[in-house]
Write a protein that binds this ligand. Structure first.
Ligand code: GDP
Length: 200
């Protein structure tokens, strides 16, 4: 499965100024430096669609990309950048919370997590917040090339254990590596399946 046409449409801070087009939308979000820009570039086959950040925490806006004239991929700012100012952190919270609260086209979020880490408080808290606010989410594990198969299995097992203590079921998850181009097919097939069920 390939994306044939990936187009940048708009950057907004205010959810109410985001494109007024009623097509399914998928939000990509995670900690700064998790590999979000690289992943977006990988799945769209474009080297520079999303900027690969020299400086973590750089993407500050709600970025809409139109995929094959069918669905929106939304690149949201990275959270948890230690060096960001308090003002920047508050602004992030305000706009992102507003986005998740008001964006009607949103089908689900993909929360990106670096596979090398054990569950981090900031990610768990964010997913708890998504659950509380009734936002569906799935997990994309990034940078899988940095671990071997056994290590990956161990990390997933650990995640499932932590999730089991808080959630009824483990979300849909995808193991990816932008460096080795792994996981694209599964992810796009999944999005395509949802699109087929929501686009009438
Ligand atoms: P963002 O801040 O979440 O958009 O992250 P970037 O895409 O800018 O990536 C952050 C850093 O991680 C960069 O140095 C990338 O080269 C590196 N990176 C991203 N994806 C991968 C991956 O799949 N494997 C490896 N080994 N490194 C990656």
């Amino acid at each position: 499965m390939e994306i044939k046409l990936a187009k940048f449409i708009a950057s907004n801070q205010d959810v109410f100024k985001c494109p007024d087009i009623n097509i399914p939308e998928y939000a990509f979000i995670g900690r700064s430096n998790v590999g979000k820009s690289s992943l977006i570039n990988m799945i769209t086959n474009k080297k520079k669609l999303a900027k690969i950040s020299g400086q973590p925490g750089k993407t500050k806006l709600i970025n809409h990309f139109l995929m094959d004239n069918k669905w929106f991929l939304v690149d949201l700012p990275g959270y948890g950048y230690a060096k960001a100012s308090k003002q920047a952190k508050n602004l992030f919270k305000k706009h992102i919370k507003s986005y998740f609260t008001h964006r009607k086209q949103l089908v689900c979020a993909f929360v990106l997590i670096d596979i090398r880490h054990d569950p981090l408080k900031i990610d768990i808290e964010f997913m708890e917040w998504l659950t509380r606010t009734q936002n569906a989410f799935n997990i994309i594990f990034t940078k899988s090339d940095k671990l071997n198969v056994n290590e990956i299995e161990k990390k997933i097992k650990n995640y499932k254990k932590v999730f089991g203590e808080k959630w009824e079921r483990f979300p849909e998850y995808f193991i990816t590596s932008s460096k080795k181009s792994i996981g694209k097919e599964n992810l796009l097939t999944y999005i395509n399946l949802i699109n087929e069920s929501v686009i009438k």
